[in-house]
Write a protein that binds this ligand. Structure first.
Ligand code: PLP
Length: 366
């Protein structure tokens, strides 16, 4: 029988958060709460929904292929991203079917079997999957205090290293690297190593010492910044994200992009969402309040969460994470177990957060 490539066989499949509908079917109830995948609890930008509706009502465009270049969305992004003073043009942008796709095609662009990539332990699992998929070696550097140890990651770079993945804020821990740490790191990364900075949660960051990564892109460094519409913009189901890099990198990655990788509805929705500052503002207000509430309640239960700059909280626990996960499921609350001794909770609406805390209290009291 035909056999998969040995390095493909070693990949453990991504385990997505359990869908609400699935749990509701299993439990036979209808009010389950999902705090497992860092989605926007306020839903999509209403402007994005309206844009899709208008698009659908106005045309037979669904029978046409999408505009492969994503012209209008790129124009909107160019406007928004250039507002800070560093110009981001069309030739600095690539759209992806989620930033997940861009992680994969960037890795396929630059790595061949035996090449190495450096990343942090307890970071986004897709990095190691992308590297394994090309027969590369994913070098995972231990964290310190649930944060990327960027100095140790720089130490881990060898002549075989082609890529370094930095998640900032990091998923699942919600921690950030500071501007100073990132600057020292970039000073040590050799030429010809691509630094991928995954900024899926950048909209949520409030701390002042967060690195301005556009600066490195503008300075011509080998850096690829990845952002997404799946989190703060609430468009996870449409699958759309983007990358920012110098033209040489965009051109190279583009060769592996499928011609119609982002669909028309996603482009139309994202273009409207970019302009919907109000929805992002509401999202951040809800997130900040929910974070404060959850951190306080968790601390009162002697399960302190790790301070987060994102829309989720990482909680190290002393009990078995799978049994806590199962216990919460039975009470209609879906969270994410992380390894044997931690959980990650997405910050929801006030009602969802209260449901989680109430269920947690019942389990701890039992
Ligand atoms: C959610 C997430 C993404 C975004 O994935 P999409 O494919 O854009 O939905 C990327 N990186 C990290 C760290 C994430 O948590």
């Amino acid at each position: 029988m035909i056999q998969p490539l040995p390095y493909v066989e070693k990949i453990s499949p991504y385990v997505p958060g359990k869908p609400v509908k699935e749990l509701e079917r299993e439990l036979g109830i209808s009010s389950c709460v999902k705090l497992a995948s860092n989605e926007n609890p306020l839903g999509p930008s209403p402007k994005a929904v309206a844009a899709i509706q208008e698009f659908l009502s106005g045309s037979e465009e669904l029978c046409r292929y999408p505009e492969g270049s994503g012209y209008y969305l790129k124009a909107a992004l160019q406007n928004k991203l250039s507002a800070g003073g560093i110009a981001v043009g069309f030739d600095n942008l690539i759209l992806g079917n989620g930033s997940n796709e861009l992680l994969n095609i960037a890795t396929r662009t630059y790595m061949s079997p035996g090449d190495e990539a450096v990343m942090s332990q307890m970071s986004f699992v897709v990095y190691s999957m992308a590297v394994q998929a090309v027969g590369g070696v994913a070098h995972q550097v231990p964290m310190t205090n649930y944060r990327h140890d960027l100095a140790a990651m720089a130490d881990a770079i060898t002549p075989k290293t082609k890529m370094v993945f930095v998640a900032n804020p990091n998923n699942p821990t919600g921690t950030t690297s500071t501007a100073g740490e990132f600057e020292r790191f970039m000073q040590r990364v050799p030429e010809n190593v691509l630094v991928v900075v995954d900024e899926a949660y950048i909209e949520y960051v409030s701390r002042q010492d967060y690195p301005d990564t556009l600066k490195y892109f503008a300075a011509g460094r080998d850096i690829l910044l990845l952002r997404t519409f799946s989190k703060a913009y609430g468009l996870a189901s449409l699958r759309i994200g983007y990358g920012i890099a110098k033209p040489e990198i965009i051109t190279a990655i583009n060769r592996l992009r499928e011609p119609f990788n982002t669909n028309t509805l996603a482009q139309v929705a994202a273009e409207a969402a970019v302009a919907d500052d109000e929805h992002v503002r509401n999202t951040l207000v809800n997130n900040a309040a929910g974070k404060q509430y959850l951190m306080k309640e968790l601390a009162a239960l002697e399960l302190p969460g790790v301070p987060s700059e994102a829309n989720f909280i990482f909680v190290p626990i002393s009990m078995d994470s799978m049994s806590l996960y199962d216990g919460l499921l039975r009470k209609g609350v879906i969270i994410r177990p992380i390894g044997p001794k931690a959980i990650r909770i997405s910050i929801g609406t006030p009602h969802e957060n209260e449901r989680f805390i109430a269920a947690l209290k019942e389990i701890l009291a039992a």
